[in-house]
Design a protein around this ligand. Structure first.
Ligand SMILES: [Zn+2]
Length: 446
């Protein structure tokens, strides 16, 4: 019997309180945007963190039950849950700006050979270290990542204190790491059970390969993540080859189910939306990538109306050019209003929920994180109370979605650890990482 070693960090590891003394931190005088079930906002409130857990969320005028080791005065500023990036390719920081102003197919045609030229364990480590720094400095505390050498990414995530979800990734061809599909399958079967199994897409694998990967995910009880129906060209391509849309193919293989997350899902029929809802299949909306690659508008309002879990993602930094979840929220909040000529579509509260609890639910970690509530893990972000763009504030949720930016992020905690303190990464040597990343960029450009 193999021992399960989840392919994620900071999720499911029991805290052994007997090993360390409990450290208590109070964040006082805060505008607490909880994203609880009622979208409660507490003005002048206090949050108490004991080690990795939120133990008190208090209204104005009420102090912590017991004394705290550290007290941080939020100065009336916003404290909110960490943002959760539900679809990305973190290590692609080295490919930022490499293939711009083209559609998905042209983007991949340029990218895949360049990746094959540079791909290695080290390349991924450099890329993800830079990505964790960028993500954490912009208020992102967790991500679902799809990329090569996932074990290297998990190792770096542990060191950075970042909450990462990932697992073995499959593609029909050899991939940039030059591993044949059958060997990839053998490797995955030989390693410990995984929390996630990832597949690139139904257009980059044949149905036999998709079935094999699906069987692996099923046998391991793993969650499953795949790009699906990103644009009309992909859907036409798959339909032309197999007579089925990407979503129909996934359904044929039993891969529409609780624990499956589809990235993009831009081109969907009414019947497919109903099927996603029926099967508890989640979708990650990646608005910046969809707009930049001119893929189209994901039918987010219909997905939410049907009861589908929708998370928010940036996609990789090569297709959306950043890992900025504040920008992803803003773009998501604006494009659907403009597209529908309806300012009431996807109000600010639904956008913030998508980037926190929606993403957490898609990743299966909504019991752990995604809102500021007693008992949850302490993944939270403190914004600058003296930011011009956050003054005055009539509605804190609206301010977060329509006015705040990553430049307003001052402090970030992940699992109770202050990974960003006064706009500085505490777990990553940024100068060293950026120097390494420049070297990777030079090697790619050669
Ligand atoms: Zn992607």
């Amino acid at each position: 019997m193999k021992k399960r070693q989840p392919t994620d960090t900071l999720c499911g590891f029991a805290h052994n309180a007997s090993e360390v003394l409990v450290t208590r931190t109070a964040i006082t005088n805060a505008t607490i945007v909880t994203v609880d079930a009622h979208d409660t906002v507490i003005h002048g409130g206090t949050i108490v963190i004991a080690d990795d857990t939120i133990v008190e969320v208090l209204p104005a005028g009420v102090g912590p039950a017991t004394s705290c080791d550290h007290t941080i005065d939020a100065g009336g500023g916003i404290v909110m849950p960490g943002l959760i990036n539900a679809h990305t390719h973190l290590a692609m920081t080295a490919f930022r700006g490499f293939a711009d102003d083209v559609n998905l197919q042209a983007f991949l045609d340029k990218l895949f050979p360049a990746e094959a030229k540079i791909m290695s364990d080290r390349h991924v480590r450099v890329g993800v270290r830079a990505a964790f720094a960028e993500a954490m400095l912009s208020g992102c505390t967790a991500a679902l990542d799809m990329y090569w050498y996932p074990d290297a990414s998990l190792d770096e995530a542990e060191k950075a204190g970042f909450r990462l979800q990932t697992g073995p990734i499959f593609i029909g061809s050899n991939g940039p790491d030059n591993v044949p599909f059958e060997q990839r399958l053998t490797n995955a079967n030989a390693s410990t059970p995984h929390s996630w199994i990832l597949a690139h897409g139904t257009y980059t694998m044949d149905p036999t390969q998709l079935a094999a990967v699906g069987e692996l995910a099923t046998s391991e009880g793993a969650r499953f993540h795949i790009h699906a129906s990103e644009n009309a060209g992909e859907v036409a391509d798959v339909q032309g080859r197999y007579g089925r849309t990407p979503v129909e193919l996934l359904d044929d293989h039993g891969l529409l189910r609780d624990g499956t997350v589809l990235a993009h899902a831009v081109v969907l029929t009414d019947a497919e939306i109903a099927r996603l809802a029926e099967t508890n299949t989640a979708v990650t909306h990646c608005p910046s990538s969809n707009m930049k690659l001119a893929s189209g508008f994901c039918r987010v309002p219909e997905l939410l109306s049907a009861g589908v879990t929708v998370g928010l993602g940036t996609d990789g930094p090569s297709s959306s050019n950043d890992l900025d979840m504040f920008t992803a929220m803003r773009v998501a909040a604006l494009i659907h209003k403009g597209n529908r000529l309806d300012p009431t579509v996807l109000p600010a509260s639904s956008i913030l929920r998508m980037a926190t609890m929606g993403s957490a639910a898609a990743l299966g970690i909504d019991q752990l994180v995604g809102s500021l509530e007693v008992g949850k893990n302490a993944d939270l972000v403190r914004l600058d109370p003296s930011s011009p763009s956050l003054t005055p504030i009539y509605d804190p949720i609206s301010a977060v979605v329509y006015a705040a930016s990553r430049a307003d992020v001052v402090d970030v905690w992940i699992n109770g650890q202050a990974v960003v303190r006064n706009r500085t990464c505490t777990t990553i040597d940024l100068n060293s990482v950026l120097s390494d990343l420049r070297d990777e960029g030079r090697a790619i450009a050669k």
